[in-house]
Design a protein around this ligand. Structure first.
Ligand code: KG4
Ligand code: ZN
Length: 359
């Protein structure tokens, strides 16, 4: 008998899928062949629009998506040298996200699907991050642990076969990226905070400041980052003090950034190690904006428990929000014979796990 994972990897169904993503602050479209050959991957980031608000403003985001979506789709098709009629299907993020933003991508996808008589596939954004390892490396041995760490989500999944995952743990408060964004704000660093903290941490000492690692008891695979953020706040402005909060600069800023980043990374690595000891997995993959972090990648590669797994670290462009991951998961659903109607709805919340189906 062919093992399950091998069977999935040897089943060859050809496809050429356009993936559209507008759930948050990236307007993105990509063309992916056979679920893993990225022919184009065009992303327009709205970071400059939202930076002054230190977060994504839904109305501003959806208006910008409306302005950008058609040129971005055209560019993705042109860079892939593909005409709409050559496509096998059109895939679009339909959950989770800001509904006004999701609707922009969905309207474009539905119009294309209707005009060119193409099948439509709705994709769960978080599940697309979960499956990014298979997009990058379709030979990734399963089952795999998949960490999704972004500004909106931090969760750990057991990916048993393509299109099928179970959530093992999730954050009880802030997402890892959110913790980095809020920590950066306290430190006077720009938005988004993850890359700003990473840069500031380069010359800092990771053990300079004692910050907590919340592990939520010996068995938990959930995450909690709100205590870390509060601890940083009290480091800068002690609770009993009436003095203004410290505005760190120079080496002190670098030390605080390095210590804060290390605390976030420590928790992510500890939970992955805990999950790997509990579940007989063969690989470990990461996705979401925080997966771009070089210190996290270094720690995963060094960890003595995790080192025994195939470590699948997708390139930076596939970690933050993009259309290729949407097309990648759509290919799996396409192989499994799934299609969605043009009446497909936008949904604000993610699915908890299970089959990576749209409904
Ligand atoms: O996946 P993503 O692009 O958007 C969603 O939130 O869905 O993730 C954005 C998050 C932000 O919180 C940002 O601070 C964080 O990813 N991030 C990073 C890095 N680049 C982006 N965190 C740590 N290190 C980075 N290099
Ligand atoms: Zn995301």
């Amino acid at each position: 008998m062919v093992p399950r994972a091998a069977a999935a990897h040897t089943r060859r169904v050809h496809s050429l899928i356009l993936g559209i993503e507008t759930s948050c602050d990236e307007t993105a479209a990509a063309v992916v062949k056979d679920g893993h050959v990225v022919r184009s991957n065009v992303v327009h980031s709205q970071i400059a629009l939202h930076a002054r608000y230190r977060g994504v403003v839904p109305e501003v985001a959806s208006r910008s998506h409306t302005e950008r979506i058609l040129p971005i789709v055209e560019q993705a098709l042109a860079e892939a040298n593909v005409a709409p009629g050559d496509l096998t299907a059109v895939a679009v993020t339909h959950r989770p996200g800001m509904v006004g933003c999701l609707l922009v991508g969905m309207a474009a996808a539905k119009a294309l699907a209707w005009r060119f008589a193409l099948p439509l596939l709705g994709v769960d954004h978080v599940q697309a991050h979960v499956h990014t390892g298979l997009l990058h490396d379709p030979t990734m041995p399963l089952p795999a642990l998949s960490l999704v760490a972004s500004g909106g989500h931090t969760a750990l999944y057991l990916l048993s076969e393509p299109g099928s995952s179970v959530r093992l743990g999730t954050t009880r408060d802030d997402a890892a990226g959110e913790a980095l964004d809020k920590g950066a704000a306290l430190l006077g660093l720009p938005y988004p905070g993850g890359p700003a903290i990473e840069q500031a941490a380069a010359t800092g000492r990771r053990d300079a400041v004692d910050l907590p690692r919340t592990l939520l008891g010996a068995d938990s695979l959930d995450f909690s980052f709100s205590g870390l953020k509060t601890a940083l706040l009290y480091t800068l402005k002690p609770q009993q003090s009436s003095a203004p909060a410290e505005q760190p600069t120079g080496q002190r800023l670098a030390d605080l950034a390095a210590s804060y980043q290390e605390a976030v990374v420590d928790v992510l690595v500890a939970k992955l190690r805990r999950a790997a000891e509990r579940h007989p997995v063969r690989s470990l993959c990461i996705g979401g904006g925080v997966a771009r972090n070089l210190r996290l990648r270094e720690r995963l590669a060094q960890d003595r428990v995790l080192r025994s797994l195939r470590l699948v670290l997708p390139p930076m462009a596939l970690c933050s929000d993009n259309g290729a991951m949407i097309a990648g998961l759509a290919h799996i659903r396409w192989q499994q014979g799934e299609r969605d109607p043009l009446e497909l709805d936008a949904t604000a919340t993610p699915q908890a796990g299970g089959k990576a189906k749209a409904r």
